[in-house]
Write a protein that binds this ligand. Structure first.
Ligand code: SF4
Ligand code: SF4
Length: 676
């Protein structure tokens, strides 16, 4: 071994050991979180990794920035072989991968090309961060330094690689075929003597190696930790129904705290989310609460989880602390409370205003390129506040009382739940016992004056189509979604179990509902409690009836219409096409899409029980959405959700457009297209 190999081996071994020690430290911190199984369905998870991590599917939703990241990501993977080759040179002089035969020059050419791509992408990223300055990349202090440092280090790695390759050509002691870019650089330095090119080769080589090893060891201390954690995080992400809530076992008497007030109450996966945040800001840029000036930023929530984990976990791990009867005890059972331990994620990092501003629209989860699950963390904090401390917006007190007494969020008597159907001659499940379709009306269809008209219109459509259906009438109770999203799991589970007991008395092939919140909860969350049903939203159901010829909307409607996507229908359940196809089936209608539509649609502001809370901070979300719709001067704004209907109807009134613009449900449009 020569002196270069000895020094390199020492530096390399020390760097790798230090890096592994830091990785192990970070892994140990995850252990303070609660357990959670995320190792099922290997092939589906692998497919996600291929699509989202290697295919960069989510990043490419924003084409320019996505392409830039794509080039850096793939550039680095391909350049990894170049780095391995350089490291080999540290052990064996003139080491190279020429044993690959004819593939070697091809590999070198691709590496050179990717090197240039990465250089351009890094320069573009720096220009974007410092010249264009998109709002979502606004970060201060250490985060800004961190982002810049990483970009500069990548830049230096690329420059030193080209320097090394160029000097290798000049000292020409290994084959250079394929290095077509470095060859051009070499022409510029043809006057350099062989000794000097050998010296410069060593300088560039050491620079390259030291920066690569330096970057590797900086990762565990930086937001670029995501380079290590994003692929595992994508693999471990929820596969289906990513924003649906997990069940709390309220019967477990050993549990003394429900939900999460601090990081040790979250699961290891939620803590891993914290490690994985790239601070790209895509979640916050699409968050309706943030867009309208509320204090909530989903990015900040995840960064707060990381900061608090890094602050608290070392203490718990090093001192082997455990939390017993409201006290932190060390391994000798001595009380270990101090200022650091008495702080909490809630209040000290995240305020109540942030927690209650969330509409659970799922936009953050949808946009996040590394599959972070923000809603779970926000909901766990709501659950803590409600179930342990009874801290919630005062308006929810009345909602909870109504749900307990009237089984609906509103102050209507339960006995009047079926009054909306007066004169329609509908059957009750208690009379029929067995039907093809059970129409789940929901609270809005039962009590809201405007939405009662939708329930009636949809019932008439089913009668026209000759559907064998019945309703539960006064046996139906709120599906539990408002209580669940407001953090009151206890009340939600009561309603869910009552409904499942009622449904178990009857036979039906499917449940059809006009409410995406009922649809989502009964379809995706009732199975946690043993209630498994085939559930269909009325948009899919009406489309099926039109396609089969049972409904024929033939009357021409000369309306210009835009469709507003309900978050719980679209992002939660991937139903985007059916309502649009239903609208387009009506002759004469012209449709247009709003700026934010489909899976990029903007929430109406009512989800996550926000429907029942005051909106005192910032601009109203429904105003933001209504303005977007009104910009195209529609005749009708079409919805397929009672909450969206209320929010947009209010928005249109507030914007004084109520005389010209109507808010209609798809069922009403189809009925108008049928009734002459
Ligand atoms: S779910 Fe919607 S409102 Fe809540 S944090 Fe995410 S983007 Fe914001
Ligand atoms: S949570 Fe996801 S989308 Fe939001 S800043 Fe972090 S990586 Fe980006």
């Amino acid at each position: 071994m020569n002196i270069k190999s000895i020094i390199f081996t020492i530096v390399f071994v020390f760097s790798v050991l230090f890096f592994l020690k830091n990785c192990y430290r970070l892994l140990k911190y995850l252990k303070i979180g609660k357990s959670e199984a995320r190792n099922d369905r290997f092939s589906a998870r692998l497919l996600n990794v291929i699509k989202i991590a290697f295919g960069q599917q989510k990043l490419l939703r924003e084409p320019l920035a996505g392409m830039m990241h794509f080039a850096i990501f793939w550039g680095f993977i391909i350049l990894l072989l170049a780095i391995i080759e350089s490291m080999g040179e540290g052990l064996i002089p003139n080491f190279n991968l020429s044993f690959l035969g004819p593939l070697y020059p091809i590999l070198l050419a691709i590496q050179e090309l990717m090197g240039i791509f990465v250089l351009i992408s890094v320069l573009f990223a720096l220009w974007r961060r410092y010249v264009i300055r998109p709002k979502r990349l606004e970060v201060k202090g250490h985060s800004q330094f961190d982002a810049t440092l990483i970009l500069v280090l990548i830049l230096l790695i690329m420059l030193s690689m080209f320097g090394q390759n160029t000097m290798q050509i000049l000292k020409s002691d290994i084959p250079v075929e394929g290095r077509f870019i470095s060859k051009q650089f070499a022409y510029m330095f043809t006057g350099l003597s062989s000794d000097n090119s050998k010296l410069w080769f060593e300088i560039f080589w050491w620079l390259h190696i030291l920066i690569v090893l330096g970057l590797l060891n900086y990762l565990p201390y930086s937001k670029h930790l995501h380079i290590l954690t994003s692929i595992p995080n994508v693999y471990l992400a929820k596969l289906d129904n990513r924003a649906n809530l997990k069940m709390l076992n309220l019967a477990d008497e050993t549990v003394t705290k429900f939900g999460a007030s601090d990081v040790e109450d979250l699961t290891w996966k939620q803590l891993l989310d914290g490690y994985t945040c790239t601070e790209c800001g895509r979640c916050t840029a699409s968050c309706p609460a943030n867009i309208t000036g509320k204090p909530l930023s989903p990015k900040k929530i995840i960064m707060d989880v990381r900061a608090r984990t890094i602050e608290k976990a070392p203490r718990i791990v090093t001192d082997q602390l455990s939390f017993v009867n409201g006290q932190w005890l060390n391994k000798n059972n001595e009380i270990a409370n101090d200022e650091l331990l008495s702080k909490h994620l809630i209040d000290n990092y995240i305020t109540e205003d942030e927690i209650w501003a969330c509409t659970t629209c799922m936009s953050c989860v949808q946009e996040c390129p590394v599959q972070i699950e923000h809603i779970d963390t926000i909901m766990d904090m709501r659950r803590y506040l409600v179930l342990n401390e009874s801290r919630f917006p005062k308006e929810l007190q009345v909602v909870f009382q109504n749900l307990e007494r009237n089984f609906t969020p509103w102050a209507f008597s339960h006995a009047s739940r079926a009054d909306w159907a007066d004169g329609l001659n509908l059957s009750l499940m208690s009379e029929r016992k067995e039907v093809d379709v059970l129409y789940w009306v929901g609270c809005a269809g039962s009590y809201d004056e405007r939405y009662k008209k939708v329930a009636r219109a949809f019932s008439k459509l089913m009668q026209i189509a000759g559907i064998d259906f019945a309703i539960l009438g006064t046996e139906e109770k709120c599906n539990g979604d408002p209580a669940r999203r407001a953090g009151n799991e206890y009340l939600a589970q009561m309603l869910i179990m009552d409904n499942i007991t009622t449904l178990s008395k009857y036979k039906f092939n499917k449940i059809v509902t006009t409410c995406p919140h009922c649809y989502n909860t009964i379809k995706n969350e009732y199975p946690q409690f043993g209630g498994k049903y085939k559930v269909v939203h009325h948009s899919d159901f009406i489309l099926e009836l039109i396609n089969s010829g049972k409904l024929k909307p033939a009357k021409i409607q000369k309306n210009k219409i835009t469709y507003h996507d309900s978050c719980y229908l679209g992002r939660y359940n991937d139903i985007y096409d059916a309502p649009r196809k239903v609208i387009k089936s009506i002759p004469g209608i012209k449709t247009f899409e709003m700026k934010r539509s489909g899976d990029k649609g903007l929430c109406c502001g009512a989800g996550g029980a926000r429907m029942f809370m005051e909106e005192n901070i910032g601009k109203r979300v429904n105003h933001e959405r209504t303005e977007e719709a009104l910009a195209f001067h529609p005749d009708v704004i079409c919805t397929a959700c009672p909450f969206c209907m209320t929010m947009l109807t209010d928005g249109v009134k507030d914007k004084e457009a109520g005389e010209k613009v109507y808010v209609r449900d798809i069922a009403e449009l189809v009925l108008e297209g049928i009734e002459m």
